[in-house]
Design a protein around this ligand. Sequence first.
Ligand code: GDP
Length: 410
Amino acid sequence: MARPAPIEQIRNIGIMAHIDAGKTTTTERILFYAGRIHRMGEVHEGAATMDWMVQERERGITITAAATTCQWRGCTINIIDTPGHVDFTVEVERSLRVLDGAVAIFDAVAGVEPQSENVWRQADKYEVPRIAYVNKMDRVGADFAAAVGSMRERLGANAVPVQLPIGAEERFQGIVDLIENKAIHYLDDLGTRSEATEVPPEMAADVERARQEMIEAIVENDDDLTARYLEGEEIPPADLRRALRAACLSGRVVPVLCGSSFKNKGVQLLLDAITYFLPSPADLPPVKGHRPNTDELEERPLSDEAPLTALAFKIAADPYVGKLAYVRVYGGVLKAGSYVYNSTKDRKERIGRVLRMHANHREELAEAYAGDIVGCVGLKDVSTGDTLCDPDRPIVLERLVFPEPVIDQA
Ligand code: GDP
């Protein structure tokens, strides 16, 4: 059996935020837009949003799952739960290990808060590429420029807006997409958007300034684009996006977006940005480990052709299937019904079922491939942090070194 989609179309992401910044609301909206509506082939059907939310909540939407899978524009997005509170530092580190990119959510009124600072530093340590989303643009006191300023000052981030809000507070109406140099208006509180239109005249000067700033931050990281820019060429959006992606992956630039998740404004554009700017597993370096008997170091490419190399990163008690091990497959193919070697415990075990966890259903898989994040049923002895691998090609993945606890300054 072949993999359903190329590895380049996977995004394993975390959503990190200070408590109350809107992580839950944003995640729910992401799962809505990238779940049901997408499968129905419609992106503008906003009217059903709230009804669906209510129904799903009654049925027990599993956004508390350690990893939830959804689809957006041909990409499979796995959202890995990343606790926002400092008490869960170890949990945060654990999730940072299996995610490849992150969305950092900030409150448009409060900007950077102490806990967002802590999680940010941990993400720095693991060199996790990030995009930032300034949420709650509808709140009284919302100030996009101030929030971006606080990211620069308090986090030392090279935060570069790729959107400017049109209006704020009650009059938050849309955004200017600085890459396309077009305005998009939100037509209601249900996620309906206008087609791209011209930039509002009263914003022209601000937009021009922000565009120049963005373009310079992007081309600075690309020799070819720098030369073209200096020759006065208008760089096309596709080239800007490609170069911004490279700058984001290397951690040199943090693209910043804005919205109001509560009012369904901005989440679909955030999903686009996740697919544009955050890495796929194919962008990552090989995973490192050592051979259990010889201690010899080994690197394994993140491809299906590599021997099975996987990590159990969370063990959950699931109401339907009992013990459920969330596993990230780095290399190789994980097959339901096969025997794998738990090299951490020196035991062979049989994987019963392999499940993809969606917001409102589980999908039974015959196989999981390099880059996938799945739930495994049937592993009795597995614990968090164990390596699962090919019995004939054993490896123990590098253990996490936990840092000193971070002191909360709140
Ligand atoms: P979390 O603690 O980060 O998961 O935050 P929640 O998603 O639970 O949101 C915290 C509170 O902020 C809730 O009362 C939400 O309804 C509210 N909230 C979330 N997003 C927005 C938004 O875009 N605008 C406004 N005004 N409130 C929001």
